[in-house]
Design a protein around this ligand. Sequence first.
Ligand SMILES: [Mg+2]
Length: 429
Amino acid sequence: MSGPFLVAPSEGGRFVRRLSSVTATRESISLGPTVVAPPKHLMAPSAASEVAAAMEVARHEIESAATPGTPITPDESAVSSDYAYAFDIDGVLIRGGRPIPEAVEAMKMLNGDNEYGIKVPYIFVTNGGGKTEAERCLQLSQQLEIEVSPGQFICGHTPMREMADLYKTVLVVGGEGEKCRHVAEGYGFKDVVTPGDIIKDNQDTTPFRKLTDSEYAASRARVFSDIEIEAIFVFADSRDWASDTQIILDLLMSKNGRLGTRSETFDEGPPVFFSHNDVVWSASHDLTRIGMGALRVSLESMYQAITGKELKTTAFGKPQMGTFQFATRLLQQWRKDTHGIDAPPSTVYFVGDTPESDIRGTNEYNKTADNQWYSILVETGVFQEGTTPRFQPKATVNTVLDAVKHGMEREYRKALKASMQATGVITDE
Ligand SMILES: [Mg+2]
């Protein structure tokens, strides 16, 4: 992350309060209110009593049945549900809007269709966005033939919800049509401006882009000479880099976020936040496509070329630690609400396709987390055969189904070993 500062405006509109982004992220993300509060009707049916009862039986069976010399058979009694999964989506479960064939089977396996007869809790942690969490979950439910609740889902812009109280007027960039404006308003942002609003107010802003009739109708009439835009949030991938870049640069070079002004010192503009930093991603094309991280790099270098100054930006999403802390809280709540387990899992298997975000983030988080975060790289996304990933996963497998099997088999072996040690069949090394 190249942006060490989170800059928040004071009441007078001058950008004076500077915090370390590490502190700010932890304060605003980790210690904030619970971010995802799924409506009851969107929650998956609770399997709490069923799973809790099965666990009790399993624990009892492990303790009583494993006498010295008695090999344990892989039935439902020999399994603990003391672990969980977290999945990246693009390149792992979905590619180009379609489920990866093995993904449906992998989900079934987690929901009990496995040789151990257990269900394993899981959540989804994607850097993608551009829709509300509820919308994205409905879509994912259909694609994967399971019920996905917003209570088990984090997307790139989810952590931005906790910044809604920090700023009054904000520019929200990216996504289709008005969707990201609605997402931001749903998060509690009080006054959300889009690039369309700015072009509607002054169409000379973007010489080569005219709003379509429907864009013009959807954009809001504002008088920007009277408005201070206090922060810029890139929620989802820009659909028009040239226009969006022009508008972001105008604001960054302005006096206190007032369009039409130019700062003489180029340090009076609003802060800019990106929902993630993935430079490339896996879409339906055979080769990777450029993403939001590429826009960030481009913006930073353009700012330097024009002003001679370094632009400090902030990105959320994986591999930022705040996102993993957030995932920990979500997983804990999800396990409690739906499985009746009121303790963190001892191991979380994180399955992703991007070494720079999924694997790097998981490995880094594992260094400080109280439990184990175990990274698994799948080869169905941005992975290129014959290359060595910059960040090494604990395991590399072909598909998400192999990743689920890998974790389950590893847990089975761990439980088996533990019970054999407990009963004296083997001793600690
Ligand atoms: Mg991915």
